[in-house]
Design a binder for this molecule. Structure first.
Ligand code: SAM
Ligand code: F3S
Length: 456
């Protein structure tokens, strides 16, 4: 806003607050919402809703608890809206995608509802809300249009994320993602490579390729790259690895069914690929895996792991587990514990099964009682924690090359960095090292981080 000629010029920047629930995809999408609204309307991020002009909730509906927290938190900004009616309140992400206009019916102070694929339309939706006075809802899936309408990526530090595909077509019987984010759609190979090269030019050294199922990537490419006109994930990795300046490549999340022989072989071929992989297994019981419609048996999963570790000795694996799926017996659960022992994981996420309306598993008989589910989860987590602690302990005394990401959370005089296997390491060092790779020797293993000494 400017005042009259000759008067002092006063710029009033509108503020944006975003509350993010759920997975890394949502974290990524929230960054993109901030980018879009900064480019269109100059909105600047604030870390409190109290002084924000636009408040967005980027929601998750993978489990009931996450979904309920959204409505709880929405209730808390209701008073803000009553006090400052010009504030725009928006709901995006998976709950928005699933509930659509029902959100406005339940919370009439919500102004805009948008889905994961329509976040680039936020400026237009907010404008339409202000002009018409009516709530705006757009939860369509306009294929890959979003990426063509996003501003160029902003670089903050030496690590960055690039979304390479969206959605999921696996339809595991318990999961809402295919319904909320739509089917798998991949970005064209050249678009991804241009974005990666641009990031590397801006100083990015460590890249994470993102998607609900990155290894289901099938992006269009020129006939010179592949006669079929389609590049798979292994080919994408080969090209990304050639981008000068990048030192490490990560990706998440992947599906065991899409671990092709060429992708397994990438662990031989592509040294820049980190020695850490998140490969969700969900259960160690073939009966449960079949009911979940995962498309592999426990033996097949173990055989993939064996081939991966033959290609990359010492590969560290993390996973996702669900306990208490309908019909899961004690024997099924013991099979999960056995798989954990056989594979040896290094950090994992484990969840109580949560029935999601609209998914096939929600109609299955054989609900597991809550106390049984919780007891199983506690046993599984104890086993996974012990494996994680043992792997951390085994790193003590080892030399690690780490990317310095910033100051340590607890002590600003120390630095925080990430190892190849994605552990946080804290050590004494100069702030000028932030954004660079440093060699350290690990001195102590703590429950959630490591301590180290920098090598000079
Ligand atoms: N590819 C996805 C990702 O990016 O992580 C996986 C989908 S989901 C967002 C992540 C994890 O949530 C799944 O691997 C699964 O373990 C868990 N999950 C999904 N639906 C669930 C449900 N109904 N109850 C409990 N956990 C669930
Ligand atoms: Fe969900 Fe299974 Fe896809 S867990 S995201 S439907 S691979």
């Amino acid at each position: 806003m400017t005042s009259g000629p000759g008067a002092r010029r006063i710029e009033v920047t509108q503020k944006l607050y975003i509350r993010t629930f759920g997975c890394q995809m949502n974290e990524y999408d929230s960054d993109k919402m901030a980018d879009v609204l900064a480019a269109s309307d100059g909105l600047a991020l604030t870390d409190t809703p109290d002084d924000a002009d636009v408040i967005l909730f980027n929601t998750c509906s993978v489990r009931e608890k996450a979904q309920e927290r959204v409505f709880h938190d929405l209730g808390r900004v209701r008073a803000l809206k009553a006090a400052r009616p010009d504030v725009i309140i928006g709901v995006g992400g998976c709950v928005a995608s699933q509930e659509g206009a029902a959100i406005v019916a339940r919370a009439p102070y919500v102004d805009v509802v948008f889905g994961p694929q329509t976040l680039h339309r936020l400026p237009a939706l907010i404008r339409a809300r202000r002009e018409s006075g009516a709530p705006q809802v757009d939860i369509t899936f306009p294929a890959i249009e979003k990426f063509d309408h996003l501003p160029p990526p902003r670089v903050e530090g030496a690590a960055a994320f690039v979304s390479i595909m969206e959605g999921c077509s696996k339809y595991c019987s318990f999961c809402v993602v295919p319904y909320t984010r739509g089917e798998e759609v991949s970005r064209p190979l050249d678009d991804v490579l241009t974005e990666v090269a641009d990031l590397a030019d801006q100083g990015v050294r460590e890249l994470t390729l993102l998607g609900q199922n990155v290894n289901a990537y099938r992006g269009t490419c020129s006939a010179e790259d592949d006669a079929s006109g389609i590049a798979d994930f292994a080919m994408l990795l080969d090209y990304v690895a050639e981008v000068p300046g990048l030192e490490r490549i990560r990706y998440t999340t992947s599906h065991p069914k899409e671990m092709s022989a060429r992708l397994v072989d990438a662990y031989r071929r592509v040294p820049k690929l980190v020695s850490q992989l998140h490969l969700p297994v969900q259960s160690g019981s073939d009966r449960v895996l079949a009911a979940m419609k995962r498309g592999y048996t426990a033996l097949e999963y173990k055989s993939i792991v064996r081939r991966l570790r033959a290609a990359r000795p010492g590969l560290s694996l993390s996973s996702d587990f669900i306990v208490g799926f309908p019909g899961e017996t004690d024997a099924d659960f013991e099979a999960t514990l056995k798989l954990v022992d056989d594979v040896g994981f290094d950090g994992s996420f484990s969840f109580l099964y949560s029935a999601r309306p609209g998914t096939p598993a929600a109609d299955l008989p054989g609900a597991v009682p809550d106390d049984v589910k919780k007891a199983r989860l506690a046993r599984l987590q104890a086993r996974l924690d012990a494996q994680y602690a043992a792997a951390s302990q085994a790193m003590v005394g080892s030399r690690q090359r780490v990317l310095v990401t910033g100051h340590a959370a607890r002590d600003r005089r120390e630095l925080a960095a990430r190892t190849d296997n994605n552990r946080v390491v804290n050590f004494a060092g100069d702030a000028s090292l932030i954004g660079t790779y440093v060699d350290v020797v690990v001195t102590h293993a703590l429950p959630h981080s490591l301590r180290a000494d920098a090598l000079r």
